[in-house]
Every structure is written in C-alpha cells, then in structure tokens.
Ligand binder design. Structure first.
Ligand SMILES: Nc1ncnc2c1ncn2[C@@H]1O[C@H](COP(=O)(O)OP(=O)(O)O)[C@@H](O)[C@H]1O
Ligand SMILES: [Mg+2]
Length: 372
C-alpha cells in the first residue's frame, strides 16, 4: 500500500479567514482504501480541511490533488468525493429510497437502475424494508445510515465524514463506529473521518492525523501515536496520561520524596539533574495496598470499574496519577482500597515518558489531565 499513488494529496495548503489561518501549510497524503481520521480539538481546522477536499472551500494557498488531478477551483459535484455531515439533512417529504437515489437522479440514471442501486446501498447499512418510510419515521441512528447510503450509492473514490456520529447517544455511537469500520472494509472506499473524540479515532482509523492550530502534529497508526508520540501535544491528546514533576537521574526520574520512575521514551534531550515533566499512562505499573512500609503513594480515589480497578494516586509532592489494572483473583485486595490508604506502585520498565523541562511553557501540558 505504501507504494501506490495517494488518492488525495494536499501540498502546502493554507486557508485564511480574514487574518486567521484556519489551516496552515498542510501537507497530507491519503492512501487509497485507507480509513484516515482527522483528530484534534475544536477549532483546529478539521472541517476546513475536509471542506477544501470536498470543494466547498478553496485554499488561500497550496494545491490539492484527487487521483492525481489538481482540483482547486473545481466545484464539489465534479469531484470524485462525497460528504456525510453531522446534520444529515434528508429530504423530509421524500421516501427513504428516493432520498438515497436522489444523487443518481441528478446524474441522469434511469429510474429502475437507480432504485436497484439505492436498494443495494440500503442493504449495506441494514435498512432493507424501510425503503418507503419517511425520514421522520426513523430514529437518529437510522437517519444517519440513510445519509451514509445516500453518499455510498454515488460510489465516490473518497468518502468524507464530518463528525457523522456527533448527534448520536454514546451507546449508539459505539455501535455505529463498529459498523462504519466494517462497512468501509467491505466497500473499500477511502474514508476521511473528522472527529474531536480520540477514542472514536483510535477505534476506527488505520491512521490518525492529529491536528492542532491548523497543522498536523503527527500522522501515524493508533498504536504508534499512543506508544511513540512525537510531541507533548500528541502524548497528552491521545489516551489518558498523567503528568508528574521529577528530576532526571540517569534512567529514572526521581520524584520529591524519593520515588523513582523508570524513564522510557524521551521527547527531548535533557541533562542529568534537569527538573522535568514526566507523563504516565494508566497502565504504567501495577498497584496494591501497601504493607510493611512499602508505600510509595497514597490513594486519593479508588474505583472498581467492573472488570478493572482504577485509582488516582498521589505521588511526589502531591501530583495525581491515574492508574488502571485488570481485576484478577490475585490482586483483588486492591478492590478494597480507600482514600488515604498507602499504595505500593510497581512501575514497569520504561514507564515514564519524558515530556519537557519544567518551566518550558508547553501548551501540551494543558492537554494532559487526569481523566477517568
Ligand atoms: N467561514 C468561516 N469564516 C471565518 N472563520 C472560520 C470559518 N470557518 C472556520 N473558521 C475558523 O477557522 C478555524 C478552524 O475551524 P474549523 O475548521 O471549523 O475547525 P474544527 O472543525 O477543527 O473544529 C476556527 O478558528 C474557526 O472559527
Ligand atoms: Mg468541525
């Protein structure tokens, strides 16, 4: 797959609204057949990027290619892409089948043929039998499937999806994530999926472009983003991560009070003795109730999450660390932990991610928070 032509390329693409660069010199190659997520906080330029690929906006600077053809200036309906929005805007007065067939009609496809293709698209999204319903008779999730069928029926090279599950409740959203992923694999169409929800991106995408302030911070598969974040912003944005203050001492960071956290990956080179911020993932170690004076932390909060245990531990001079582990018969004593209890944390090798020297005004540290 690495050697095939990208299906969409952006080269030095900038979009300015007045003085604001919503998208800032973006380079991006989207591979044929992949599920790519554009992920980032609200306002980072995801929608603008998608709208420029679709043709609803033109870049202020830069080039966009779809299937090798430059497309800047070409209107949306002449591009081999289709868009599904969060607001799916079905025609309320048209039956479901006619909603799905609408674009084919515009294209001049004959009635019998477009009904056949629309029925096939409805089968793909599991809505066979609802052809003659009106949109208002369907649930929100079903309406979103209709919007999807309406886009798929046009057989675009690339399907652009802008937070398409944003209006659905959590449970339905999770179900639709799995379904969309399955559907994408089935039809083999390239999906470019915009979301601000990192869990959603991790669950669905082959690769994720993490965006901040109109730029791509890192483009990589989910595992790589999580294990080998390139920047502190990515480290904080992808997955849960706590940050603690420590001092570099060889291959450990020493916290106030003497707790030693083994260091793994370093995002920056610092000398021994430097005061640094260290990132810790929830699975960076195991924990149990302290016995015989082996406490190296204190429990702030402890929760039993069904099959998992979660604690927020206070370490060093009060930094909070979120830790999770599977519940097993062997470690079930940890399920009885209470606030104020002494905790013994056993850090894994390379547990700590060296983020940045303390005092560096690192915007990413605001993205890292203890989130349950
Ligand atoms: N039509 C517009 N006019 C002016 N500013 C805009 C317009 N569209 C987007 N912006 C601005 O561009 C930035 C990026 O917006 P957007 O691409 O919608 O972000 P996202 O989808 O990541 O939330 C924001 O600061 C937003 O306010
Ligand atoms: Mg948006």
């Amino acid at each position: 797959m690495e050697h095939t032509q990208p299906v969409v390329s952006l080269r030095g693409v900038t979009k300015r609204f007045d003085d604001v660069a919503a998208v800032d010199r973006l380079d991006l190659d989207i591979r044929d057949g992949e599920f790519l997520a554009l992920l980032g906080p609200s306002g980072c330029g995801k929608t603008t990027t998608l709208r420029m690929i679709a043709g609803f906006e033109q870049p202020t600077e830069g080039e966009i290619f779809i299937g090798n053809e430059p497309v800047v200036g070409i209107p949306p309906h002449k591009r081999e892409v289709n868009t599904v929005f969060q607001q799916y805007a079905l025609f309320p007065h048209l039956d479901i089948i006619d909603n799905v067939a609408y674009g084919l009609k515009q294209r001049g496809v004959k009635k019998g043929e477009r009904r056949k293709q629309a029925a096939e698209a409805l089968a793909m999204v599991h809505l066979t039998g609802r052809e003659n319903a009106k949109p208002s008779q369907l649930s929100g999730g079903q309406q979103q499937r209709v919007a999807l069928a309406r886009a798929l029926v046009m057989r675009p090279k690339v399907l652009l999806l802008d937070e398409p599950l944003g209006a659905l409740d959590q449970k339905l959203r999770k179900a639709m994530q799995i379904e969309l992923k399955r559907l994408q694999a089935e039809v083999g169409i390239t999906f470019v999926f915009v979301t601000h929800d990192q869990e959603e991106a991790l669950a669905m995408a082959d690769r994720i472009a993490v965006m901040d302030k109109g730029r791509i911070e890192q483009l990589a598969p989910p595992r790589e983003l999580y294990d080998e974040p390139a920047t502190t912003f990515v480290a904080g944005f992808i997955g849960d991560m706590s940050t603690v203050n420590g001092t570099v001492a060889g291959d450990v960071a020493e916290l106030p009070g003497g707790l030693k956290v083994p260091l793994g990956r370093r995002l920056t080179d610092v000398a021994n003795g430097t005061a640094v911020h260290v990132g810790l993932r929830p699975e960076c170690g195991t924990f149990k109730p302290a016995t015989n004076g082996d406490a190296n932390a204190t429990v702030a909060t402890a929760m039993v999450l069904g099959d998992r245990l979660q604690v927020i531990a206070k370490v060093g001079d009060g930094d909070e660390v979120l830790l999770r582990q599977a519940r097993t018969p062997e470690n079930d004593a940890a399920a009885a932990l209470r606030p104020g209890d002494g905790l013994a944390i056993d850090f894994h090798a390379g547990a700590g991610l060296l983020l940045a020297p303390q005092g560096s005004e690192d915007r990413a540290l605001s993205a890292t928070a203890v989130v349950a």
